[in-house]
Design a protein around this ligand. Structure first.
Ligand code: FUL
Length: 454
C-alpha cells in the first residue's frame, strides 16, 4: 500500500511546522511507503516510559527463584503486606504502571482462584481470606497507577499441566478470573516458559485462544509476550535495548513464543526497519540479581548509577523500562530499594532540570529523506545531554542521525542510527551557541525534535 500524494504533502507540512523550516524539501517521487503505526494503546503504553515489576509469591518465602510446585501454601504469610507502599514507591520513581506476578511458575495463585486450592486461600495470611491481586489493584487505583498482571503459563503444581487441552481450560479459567474480577488492566504479561509439569509432561499452550480471551475481556490492555501481539520483549534481562532499535519488526523472525537462537534475539533487540508490524519493546530487568526477594541480596541492589544507566539503555533507546522490585517476606519493599527508587527519580529530575533555551532552528533538506537542522541557542551555553524525539505516531523513520558543532570545524558530538520515541545521549560538556542535527530517514522526511540540557 502506498500513501496518497496528499498524505505525503501533509507529512512535509508537519515536518515544516515542527522544524520551523527554512527551506522546504523539493517534492519528488517515489511516494513513501505506508509504514506501520502504533495504536493509541501502544503509544500511551510507551509514553509512560517506566513501569515497576513486582515478583512476589512462595519463592519469597523459600528463597528460591523458581519454585517446583511442591511448596506448601502454609509458608505464605506476609504479615505486614502493604500494597500501597509498593505503589507509592513506584510513583516516587516516576513509574506510571505496574505488573504483579499473580502466578509464577510454581503455580501458587496470589488470588483466591476457583481453579486450584494452591492459592492464598489455603495460606495462613489473613486467615485464608486475603487476595494480593485485589490489594495490589486497589492500591494502584487509589494512587493513580495503572495495574497489570503476569500469570505464568508454566505451572509446576497444577495436576492437569501437560494434559494440554485440560490445562489450557484451567489456564483460561484463571485468566478469566484475573481479567474480569479486578477492573481494567493496563497490561497482561506472558512469558513463554514451558517445561515439565508435576507429572513430568510438557504442555502445548494455546496462544491464539489466550490472545482472543484477553482481547474479549480487556480490549484496552496491552499484551506483552516474546514478540507481541502488542509489545515485544527486548531479548535479554540485563536492561539493555539494541542501539539500533526499530519499533517495527518482521513477525516471522520470532516464529513461536519461546523461540530462541541468535537470530531471534537479534530481531527482538533491534527490530527491523522494514518490519510489517508495530511492536515496541519492553526492557525487563531486576533491581536485584534475582527477580524474587532474597535477604542475601540486600547488599547487591543496583546502584543509583546503574539505575540511571538502565534508563539510558532502555528508555533512552526507544524502549520501555519494566524495573522489578520484589517485596520482602513481610510484604513490603525493602528500605534500600525504596530509597534507590526515590534517588533514581531525583537523579533523572536533576538531569532534565535545565532545558536550554533555543532561539531558533532552521531546517535544510538535502533530499526527501534527510536534511540538516541548525539549532541556535539564545546565548552560548554548556550542553551535556541530548534528547532526540521522533513523532512515532506517524511511524518510525529515522535511520541515522548525528549532532555536531555548527561552526566551520563541524566537530561531531554524537551519532546514531534509530531515534524512535526517544533517544538520550550524554556528551562531554561543551560550550556552544549553535548545533547542527543531521537526519536521514528511510522514506520521507521525518521531523525530529532535539532538546538540549545543560
Ligand atoms: C522469566 C521467568 O522465568 C523469571 O522467573 C521471571 O519471571 C522473568 C521476568 O521471566 O520468564
Amino acid at each position: 500500500m502506498t500513501l496518497s500524494r496528499r498524505h505525503f504533502l501533509t507529512q512535509l507540512t508537519a515536518a515544516a511546522a515542527i522544524s520551523r523550516v527554512g527551506a522546504v524539501p523539493s517534492l519528488s517521487w517515489p511516494v513513501p511507503q505506508a509504514r506501520p503505526r502504533p495504536s493509541a494503546q501502544q503509544l500511551a503504553w510507551q509514553r509512560d516510559e517506566l513501569a515497576l515489576f513486582i515478583h512476589f509469591g512462595v519463592n519469597t518465602f523459600t528463597d528460591r527463584e523458581w519454585g517446583d510446585g511442591t511448596e506448601s501454601p502454609s509458608i505464605f504469610n506476609p504479615t505486614r503486606l502493604d500494597a500501597r507502599q509498593w505503589v507509592r514507591s513506584a510513583k516516587a520513581a516516576g513509574a506510571k504502571s505496574m505488573v504483579l506476578t499473580a502466578k509464577h511458575h510454581d503455580g501458587f495463585c496470589l488470588w483466591p482462584t476457583e481453579t486450584t486450592s494452591h492459592s492464598v486461600a489455603s495460606s495462613p495470611w489473613r486467615n485464608g481470606t486475603g487476595d494480593v491481586v485485589r490489594e495490589f489493584v486497589d492500591a494502584c487505583r487509589i494512587e493513580g497507577v495503572k495495574p497489570g498482571l503476569y500469570c505464568s503459563p508454566w505451572d509446576r503444581n497444577h495436576p492437569t499441566y501437560g494434559d494440554s487441552a485440560r490445562y489450557n481450560d484451567v489456564y483460561m479459567a484463571q485468566l478469566t478470573e484475573l481479567l474480569t474480577r479486578y477492573g481494567p488492566l493496563h497490561e497482561v504479561w506472558f512469558d513463554g516458559a514451558n517445561a515439565e509439569g508435576p507429572n513430568g509432561k510438557r504442555q502445548t499452550y494455546d496462544w491464539p485462544r489466550t490472545w482472543a480471551l484477553v482481547r474479549k475481556l480487556q480490549p484496552y490492555a496491552i499484551i506483552f509476550s516474546d514478540a507481541g501481539p502488542d509489545v515485544r520483549w527486548i531479548g535479554n534481562e540485563r536492561g539493555v535495548a539494541g542501539e539500533t532499535h526499530w519499533s517495527t519488526i518482521r513477525p516471522e523472525s520470532v516464529p513461536y513464543i519461546g523461540a530462541s537462537g541468535d537470530e531471534v534475539i537479534a530481531a527482538l533487540q533491534h527490530g527491523h526497519a522494514d518490519g510489517s508490524v508495530w511492536r515496541p519493546s519492553e526492557t525487563d530487568v531486576s533491581i536485584r540479581p534475582g527477580w524474587f526477594y532474597h535477604p542475601a541480596e540486600d547488599a547487591t541492589v543496583k546502584s543509583l548509577d546503574d539505575l540511571v544507566q538502565l534508563y539510558f539503555t532502555s528508555v533512552g533507546r526507544n524502549s520501555k523500562l519494566l524495573l522489578n522490585v520484589p517485596p520482602t517476606r513481610d510484604g513490603v519493599l525493602h528500605g534500600v530499594d525504596v530509597a534507590r527508587l526515590a534517588s533514581l527519580r531525583a537523579s533523572l529530575d536533576r538531569l532534565f532540570a535545565h532545558p536550554l533555551d533555543v532561539r531558533d532552528s532552521t531546517w535544510r533538506a538535502d533530499g526527501v529523506q534527510g536534511g540538516v537542522r541548525t539549532i541556535r541557542l539564545r546565548a552560548p551555553q554548556s550542553v551535556s545531554l541530548l534528547d532526540l524525539r521522533e513523532p512515532v505516531s506517524r511511524g518510525q523513520r529515522v535511520s541515522s542521525w548525528s549532532v555536531s558543532t555548527a561552526g566551520r570545524d563541524r566537530r561531531l558530538l554524537a551519532s546514531g542510527t534509530t531515534i524512535g520515541h526517544r533517544q538520550l545521549r550524554r556528551i562531554p560538556n561543551i560550550f556552544v551557541s549553535s548545533l547542527a542535527l543531521h537526519v536521514e530517514s528511510v522514506d520521507a522526511v521525518q521531523p525530529v525534535e532535539l532538546n538540549l540540557y545543560a
